[in-house]
Design a protein. Structure first.
Length: 739
């Protein structure tokens, strides 16, 4: 109760300050020009002017201030709303088709994002992602809840490499920043975006912007997204795993003083999704060889709901100095039930040798976080930011397994009930100093203090566990140093950065805790613009020293996370974007050579036993074996041509795009159960623009109907593993109306 009261008072204070802005405004008018940096950039996602028929400049927020992408020394892929629509990015998983060195695998509650082979490979009750995901400046700490707010998007920023200063913990691989459009104060506007396609796919997104005065505006957005499964369950008509049904809505209330020295946002978003869980094809299926046919007699479901509430303030406290605060509260829930044997024929116990079973899980997240920044505004010879971050959350888990029934969970024969209390405290700072007009030095550091208290009330049993509280305390100093060389609108840079992911407590009592992992990366890159800003070429090379890698697997059918040997990797990335009148094109390439460095002994989810030279129940991983989720090549390309039809903004634009992902493995042990083969996917669309406010589009995704494996699922005591296949050929139409 004390924690709840403290959180409520802090949030109420931030929200009250935001709502009080209009009243404070009159007292700030006289100091307006003195407090707002004259060289400040437009809001993130806004496009600056460009040459006629050329590229627009994209503004990003990677370093807590609005900057041109071309002037930030970070390997990044950034899309604004126009590019998101043009490239058909409809979900987080689609990001891997347009950003080099990104591999995304989805299963059950989780979306696993790996950048340059670093991130997360498999969930455990106390695991954390290695790629930090943000929406409107708010961290989403766990991989289960990063996809439900992916609608009405303004910009996506994919940052590759450790972000150990401004982003901090859980960023050994990189970060993804998602921004939604800001409310506008000068007009009532909105849009309705609807699409319908194969598999009865229906998606409707709408947004409405209403200014109440020059100082208060609100933007409301919502989505309804549903689709039948690509897979047919022949054993039970009322349970079709792989389907989708989502309702979600968002409200953004923006306030400002008359001089814009004080700005604030109160954001609230809610979602509710239902499905029949994931369509997992049983390996060596003897009933049907069709990849999109399964046979499960259990009633499966995956239901998620929750809300996020945040208050953000930005105050110009002095000439060239801003103060920013963000306070957020998240309450998120998942309830899922799975056919554990993936069949309609496996029998329940008794006898004990029967493997038929059904499993249920409930996970509840209660998260509070706050961040404060003091930073220089505008663009000056010396720019700086200092800040602090705090997170306090409780995660409650209940897992039930019924080995005596196969169609509906009746009573538990194995119960796991736990509660994790996680706290994070961080302080950080970064400076950017121009030694001359051309040379800029960057230096930053962050101190992180993380603690996890894990109470394991029951672990795969029918009786409570005694003495089951485990504690893991982790601290780390991370940061970044770099040297930039600016010439014209171009940039050369070299950086050294380190990211960190906190350790945690394992589920099984008596199993040692796992410690933090770190990733240190040395990078050199360039950002250039050519031909009167019609051609943009960005690239980089890097070397990664990956230490104490956290790997999740199973030991005795229960999840365990352990620190494996080190990893070494190197690679390069190149992105090209061109716009020559109506002709536009883009291409991206990522090369990655990622290997374990040194021999190690770890558990293997798919095979029990002990290898020579390893302790009991551990298997040997040799030096030089490929790291999980590290495809050697990630390639993408697209081209479109806009044909003007008369005047008044009428045009037709055909586009075709391609993405390639090389083979990857889901665990350190390459087998039939873990290899995800490479794939090539082609998409096409034709867009008819009518004036400025109407758009019609026809699209075909995976138009070659490529059959490919999207994810390899590993077996557990709750459910057998299997294969999730990627979407087959899909097609549809889309209409957009703006007003």
């Amino acid at each position: 109760m004390r924690k709840i009261a403290m959180r409520s008072m802090m949030f109420a204070g931030a929200a009250g300050l935001a709502l009080a802005f209009p009243a404070i405004a009159s007292a700030q008018d006289a100091a307006a020009q003195d407090k707002v940096g004259s060289a400040s950039q437009p809001p993130a996602g806004m496009e600056q002017e460009s040459s006629e028929g050329g590229l627009t400049e994209i503004v990003v927020t990677a370093e807590r201030r609005n900057q041109s992408l071309q002037q930030v020394p970070i390997s990044a892929t950034v899309l604004d709303a126009t590019e998101i629509s043009r490239k058909g990015v409809n979900s987080v998983a689609d990001v891997q088709q347009i950003a080099p060195s990104v591999a995304i695998n989805t299963f059950n509650r989780s979306t696993f994002i790996n950048i340059r082979g670093v991130g997360i490979a498999q969930s455990a009750p106390t695991s954390n992602p290695g790629v930090a995901y943000y929406i409107d400046g708010q961290l989403i700490p766990h991989e289960q809840f990063i996809g439900q707010s992916f609608y009405d998007i303004g910009t996506i920023e994919v940052l590759r490499g450790p972000q150990g200063t401004l982003t901090g913990q859980n960023s050994t691989g990189g970060a993804i920043y998602v921004r939604t459009p800001e409310p506008e104060y000068d007009n009532i506007s909105g849009y309705l975006d609807g699409s319908y396609g194969s598999f009865k796919a229906l998606k409707v997104v709408g947004a409405l912007n209403v200014p109440f005065s020059d100082n208060i505006a609100v933007r409301v957005a919502g989505v309804r997204d549903r689709r039948d499964s690509f897979t047919t369950n022949i054993a039970r008509a009322d349970s079709q795993p792989g389907d989708l049904d989502l309702w979600a809505g968002r409200v953004n209330l923006a306030v400002r003083s008359s001089d814009e020295a004080i700005r604030g946002n109160i954001r609230f978003d809610y979602f509710k999704s239902k499905s029949d869980n994931n369509a997992v094809k049983r390996r060596n299926d003897t009933v049907s060889t069709d990849p999109f046919t399964i046979e499960e007699d259990a009633r499966s479901f995956q239901n998620q709901d929750g809300f996020r509430l945040s208050g953000e303030t930005k105050i110009a406290v002095a000439s060239g100095v801003d103060f920013r605060t963000l306070v957020a509260y998240q309450k998120l829930n998942t309830y899922d039930q799975t056919d554990g044997d993936r069949t309609a024929t496996a029998l329940p116990r008794p006898p004990a040798g029967n493997v038929g079973r059904i499993s249920y899980a409930s996970t509840k997240f209660d998260t509070f976080m706050a961040e404060a920044n003091l930073l220089s505004s505008g663009q000056h010879q010396f720019n700086w930011v200092v800040g602090a971050f705090y997170l306090d959350e409780t995660v409650k888990l209940l897992q039930l397994r019924d080995n005596n029934h196969t169609t509906e969970l009746v009573s538990s024969t194995s119960t796991t009930r736990t509660k994790a209390d996680n706290t994070t405290k961080s302080v950080f700072g970064q400076v950017n100093l121009f030694l001359s007009d051309a040379f800029e030095v960057v230096a930053g550091a962050r101190y992180s203090d993380d603690q996890q208290v894990y109470d394991r009330f029951m672990v795969a049993n029918a009786v409570p566990v005694t003495g089951a509280i485990g504690v893991q305390h982790s601290t780390k100093v991370t940061g970044k140093v770099g040297l930039n060389y600016h010439f014209g609108r171009n940039l050369l840079y070299v950086t050294a950065s380190q990211g960190y992911k906190a350790g945690g407590v394992n589920l099984t009592v008596g199993t040692p805790n796992f410690g933090p992992e770190t990733n240190r990366v040395y990078e050199a890159g360039f950002k250039t613009q050519w031909l009167d800003n019609r051609l943009r070429v960005n690239g980089d090379v890097y070397y990664s020293d990956y230490q104490d890698i956290q790997l999740s697997s199973l030991l005795g059918s229960l999840p365990i996370t352990q620190n494996a040997a080190a990893g070494r990797s190197y690679g390069a990335e190149l992105e090209i974007t061109g716009q020559f009148g109506g002709l536009g094109f883009n291409a991206g390439a990522g090369y990655l050579h990622a290997r374990f460095h040194g021999n190690s002994c770890i558990t293997d989810t798919n095979a029990a036993g002990t290898d020579p030279g390893c302790p009991t129940n551990l298997r040997f991983v040799p030096d030089g074996r490929v790291l999980p989720f590290s495809p050697e090549w990630t390639l993408n390309a697209g081209v479109q041509y806009e044909v003007v039809l008369g005047g008044s903004g009428n045009s037709i634009t055909p586009r075709v795009q391609w993405s390639h992902l090389s083979e990857q493995v889901a665990t350190p042990f390459p087998t039939f159960n873990t290899i995800v083969p490479g794939r090539d996917v082609f998409d096409a669309r034709v867009t008819l623009q009518i004036a400025e406010n109407y758009k019609l589009e026809g699209f075909v995704n995976n138009f070659t109907d490529k059959l490919y494996i999207a994810s390899q699922i590993q077996s557990s005591s709750s459910a057998d593993g299997g294969i999730i296949y990627g979407a087959p050929r899909t097609y549809g139409v889309r209409a957009v109306v703006k007003f």
